[in-house]
Design a protein around this ligand. Sequence first.
Ligand SMILES: O=C(O)CCC(=O)C(=O)O
Ligand SMILES: [Fe+2]
Length: 332
Amino acid sequence: MASASVVDSQLNEVATKVKQYHFPVESIPRLSYDDPEAERLIRNEEPVILTGTNLVASALQWSPEYLSNNIGHGTYTVYSSKNHKFLYYDDKKICKVPTFTPPTTHQDMTFQDFLNKVTEWKEGEPYNYLQQSLNDSVGPQIVQDFAAFNWKWISDERAKNNWGALTSNLLLVGMDGVVTPVHYDEQQNFFAQVHGFKRFLLFDPSMFGCLYPYPVFHPHDRQSQVDFDNPDFDRFPRLRELKGRQAILGPGDVLYLPVYWWHQVESVPGYGMTVSVNFWYKSGPTEKIVYPLKPHQKVAMMRNIEKMITEALNNPEEVPPLLQDMVLGRYT
Ligand SMILES: O=C(O)CCC(=O)C(=O)O
Ligand SMILES: [Fe+2]
């Protein structure tokens, strides 16, 4: 394994190579897992990069080749995209939008078939990104590595922060340069980088108005309509106000990604394939209500109101005029 200083200098090099977008970014603090400041940030639902957790130390040999040799012959969901972007959509919501054409396709295949596709990939062919929850179909060596994750540390964190159950561990194996466009999730996330380098762009929940998410009934619910590569300031004027934070993760790093925080995730181009494992946890029970509400509590409330109105009207096209009648000239 590379020593800490070798990884640090690689991270600095990666930081000089990543793409700059139209918005400013601040660096997310990178702290030792036992630094009291790290604990404070997690408690306050602020992102932090944790070093020294040993959360996935037992998996640092999980290169794509090692996984191919040890993961077994079960099948995995592999997304395929014409370009390097993999905008998420919810299959269950496709029926709500008859004109919807999925931006990616997905297919179940063995890990070995996935890796063959990636190794034989040529310019102009679709990009591939394996994304599936780890399950018990994996081979014995992977079971052993998984069992040796630092479950004690992460369970203590869960308990300290009063989170609910671990819901899943998503395994992500991406080709060089793949991007998960900006979105937010409804769970707490400890995101562990295993192999290769990822750049995260994060935006706090108060940036909702600058990121223009799709409507809740839409298959792209929780995803921003904005494309950072082609920012459309006429259509999305508040995009100009966007301010972000950046984290660059190398093998062994763990990012605390708070619930409702926006994130875009990029496998840094030129640094090869990436392997990551996330740990998604249910949020804790609602804290005692303190006014003014926190931005993420307002997002949760907006989602509920939007769902209620959409359901009651039974026709998404009637939602905007209703909301306009309710607000324009009355609250404006
Ligand atoms: O790593 C990625 O490409 C996406 C990960 C992500 O969005 C998540 O863990 O919530
Ligand atoms: Fe996510």
